[in-house]
Design a binder for this molecule. Structure first.
Ligand SMILES: Cc1ncc(COP(=O)(O)O)c(C=O)c1O
Length: 403
């Protein structure tokens, strides 16, 4: 039997790339909005947006325009010079999150490194950092030390001074905070951990605890930032602000951009020579990032996320009511988790892929459905229809009652 184009390219990949990623058997070659096409011409509905990076979908005209314009103007000059796109991006962060100062790098992990280093400087000798079980902050040594669980396996010794407590358990956190504590780092809503939304009062209490002990509160907004949850930043659902916020994924609209925003009184501690990133905030990436925020504003996408997010949730709730395998649906905006009553959600992910829908599984039994912010109502319905078919393919039609 002749090989498909997908299969041929996958073979080439395997003989020349390191196998550190779990792979799905598809070669993607083209995207437009929330649609993708593979090397054999098959179309997919993209409901994962490249782990959230393609926040405005694929080939958004405003981002294509921004990258083209900047590519014709100025590429890389180094951070010893002032460049204008960085300023525009930082101003977006300040005006949309809180009055702070920004630093730019390439990834969420690097943003965590910058935040952790800054928190230790601010700690004035206090070095303890508290992070959350099931939290995720990246795979570099500092970020990994704040990321308990299987990601750490085989990589010790890790950076000393990190302790972990259960998420959404205020008593455990209160117990862990002491005179040695420099910072608490956590996601406002956990992503890799399974789209875990804390109780309403948890984050305000954490904020108060940090104020009481003069501990820096770092919110990792790498998943929840840049409009994904229907507000610009996840913490805005809880009426409080962090001292330092980390960003990645969606910040570059699909280009590698990470960054932090820190309160001015902390930010001043990162003096020349204390930290840096050669390509961080380079004109092309920064211009595209700034255009991501311009576009969210111009196209009123936060309101749109509210509408399509509600629609997606309703469709999933309807499916849950008819199908015994869905335990819970949780999340905010277009950051939704579907907890399945099974030990492994991967067969559902593969069946969905087969039917032309891209979703993801985390923590073994939780589906993550996170399309780009530009997804339409019609596409949400299509995605829900395909998911239903995928569940039927895995479970048999008998387990799904007809509508
Ligand atoms: C909440 C969170 N923080 C940080 C990271 C690390 O980001 P990156 O892969 O860009 O280093 C991730 C990656 O999934 C994440 O989900």
């Amino acid at each position: 039997m002749s090989q498909s184009v997908n299969q041929k390219i996958i073979k080439q990949h395997e003989s020349s790339l390191i196998g550190n990623y779990g792979k799905l058997p598809v070669v993607l070659v083209r995207g437009k909005g929330a649609q993708l096409w593979d090397a054999d011409g098959k179309e997919y509905m993209d409901c994962f947006a490249g782990f959230g990076g393609a926040i405005l979908g694929h080939a958004h005209p405003a981002l294509v325009e921004a990258i083209t314009r900047q590519a014709h103007t100025l590429w890389q000059v180094g951070n010893q010079f002032y460049t204008e796109p960085q300023i525009r991006l930082a101003e977006h962060l300040k005006s949309k999150a809180f009055e702070g100062r920004a630093f730019f790098c390439h990834s969420g992990a690097e943003a965590a490194e910058a935040a952790l280093k800054l928190a230790r400087l601010a700690g004035g000798g206090r070095t303890k950092i508290i992070s959350m079980l099931k939290g995720f902050h990246g795979r570099t040594m500092g970020a990994l030390s704040a990321t308990p669980g299987h990601a750490q396996a085989g990589f010790g010794p890790l950076v000393p001074g990190f302790v972990h407590v259960p998420f959404n358990d205020f008593a455990a956190l209160q117990e862990a905070v002491d005179d040695e504590t420099a910072a608490i780092i956590m996601e406002p809503i956990q992503g890799e951990g399974g789209i875990n939304v804390p109780g309403e009062s948890y984050l305000p209490r954490v904020r108060a605890l940090c104020d009481q002990y003069n501990v820096a509160l770092i919110f990792d907004e790498v998943w929840t930032g840049v409009g994904r949850t229907g507000k610009y930043f996840g913490h805005q659902h809880f009426g409080i602000k962090p001292d330092i916020m980390t960003l990645g994924k969606a910040l570059g609209g699909g280009l590698p951009v990470g960054g932090i925003l820190a309160k001015p009184e902390l930010a001043v501690l990162l003096k020349p020579g204390t930290h840096g990133c050669t390509l961080g905030g380079n004109p092309i990436c920064a211009a595209v990032s700034a255009a991501v925020f311009d576009t969210i504003e111009k196209e009123n996408l936060l309101a749109h996320v509210g509408q399509v997010g509600t629609l997606l949730r309703q469709r999933l709730e309807q499916l849950a009511a008819r199908c015994g395998i869905i335990r819970q649906i949780r999340g905010a905006g277009l950051f939704l988790g579907v907890e399945l009553d099974t030990s492994d959600a991967m067969p559902v992910v593969l069946a969905a892929l087969e039917q032309g829908l891209i979703i993801n599984a985390t923590q073994k039994n939780i589906l993550r459905i996170c399309p780009s912010l530009i997804v339409t109502s019609e596409q949400v319905h299509r995605a829900a229809d395909i998911l239903e078919k995928a569940l039927e393919a895995c479970l048999g039609t008998s387990r799904i009652a007809t509508a």
